[in-house]
Design a protein around this ligand. Structure first.
Ligand code: ASP
Length: 336
């Protein structure tokens, strides 16, 4: 008999393991492990072996921070050679941020890291947690895609391509600009996933720290003094969420405020309000005027991925021109 695959489960919190209380759902120590222990399907002969490590405290993912990403990365690095794959149980609210951040932090990843969670706790009758966790375990063991992935609603996505799109449906996540990696139907079908040979090389981590960055959603009638004030704060980067392929109002005052900021070393990134498609500042005059004042396009990256990539690049004290250049270079499959 071949040896069973071993999967490590890092349980950080989130709805998946929460318990109903009079104030709504709350994460409760030990509750998820107890619930799983009472579900025989997790111990079916065809399932891999798994070990659950519960973080303390368990959190709602709205409370996630770069420090927690670092804890997760180090935790996985420590156990890297003892397991065949890794699952992170996480709340859905910031799941795409964590998936994006970890994708940049890990280098030489040759085992699957799958982040999953649920819209309804595992202990409830109509839960989606059972299917999400069972499939994640099965895929991590038998269809390993060696990257940071996100599994939800029968799809395995590239983590840094995802965004939460539905607050209460089971289809909480989409990957607007990249195909799903695997689709779980009657069979588990490989669509765009790549399995690498497992190389037991050292898994490197780049620590990322929170940086002073901001996001601003452009809209008709936006008061330029708001942007001006924002840029006067100690900002390193401002992500402008623009129209369509990266357009904004051709307002002379706005453009001169942006130019002063980029000349002073603040990175201004052009990210589209549209989920699908790519920023291309040469399509319209309203985009090229942004390019002319030093704004950098981020192609088809999700906003979550732009934030994580900015954290990753700015944490390394790279010269500004290098950060600018790397923003539009594909580092972990996040763009293009
Ligand atoms: N607020 C919860 C969290 O992100 C929602 C969830 O788990 O789905 O932790």
């Amino acid at each position: 008999m071949t040896e069973k695959k071993r999967i490590y489960i890092a349980y950080t919190g989130g709805t998946i393991g929460m318990k109903p209380s009079k104030n709504g759902f709350v994460p409760v120590e030990g509750y998820l492990s107890e619930t799983i222990a009472g579900m025989p399907e997790f111990f079916h002969d065809d399932m891999p072996e798994f070990e659950i490590f519960e973080y303390n405290p368990l959190i709602d993912s709205a409370n996630v921070s770069p420090e927690i990403w670092q804890l997760l990365a180090v935790d996985i690095q420590k156990r890297y050679h003892d397991f065949d794959g890794f699952i992170i149980l996480h709340g859905t609210d910031t799941m795409s941020y964590t998936a994006s951040a970890l994708s940049f932090m890990f280098e030489n990843l040759s085992k699957p890291v799958i982040i999953t969670g649920a819209q309804i706790p595992l202990s409830k009758l109509r839960t989606d947690a059972r299917i999400n966790l069972l499939n994640s375990l099965y895929i991590a063991a038998y269809h390993p895609i060696s990257e940071v992935c996100l599994f939800f609603n029968n799809s395995l996505f590239r983590g840094n391509r995802t965004t939460k799109q539905n607050a209460d449906g089971f289809d909480a996540f989409i990957s607007p600009n990249y195909p799903v990696l695997l689709k779980a139907g009657i069979e588990i079908k490989n669509i765009a996933g790549k399995q690498k040979r497992i190389i037991n090389s050292r898994l490197n981590i780049t620590e990322i720290k929170a940086q002073s960055i901001a996001i601003l959603y452009i809209f008709p009638g936006l008061d330029c003094s708001v942007i001006d004030n924002l840029l006067k704060s100690p900002l390193k980067a401002l992500v402008l969420l623009t129209y369509g392929v990266g357009n904004a109002q051709e307002d002379k005052l706005l453009l001169s405020i942006l130019k002063t900021a980029t000349d002073g070393g603040i990175l201004i990134i052009n990210c589209s309000q549209c989920l699908e498609g790519s920023v291309n500042m040469t399509d319209y005059a309203t985009g090229s005027s942004l390019q002319a004042v030093g704004v950098v396009g981020c192609l088809d990256m999700t906003t979550e991925s732009v934030i994580a990539k900015l954290y990753y690049l700015l944490s390394q004290d790279l010269p500004n021109n290098v950060v600018k250049e790397l923003l539009s270079v594909d580092l972990r499959g996040e763009l293009g």
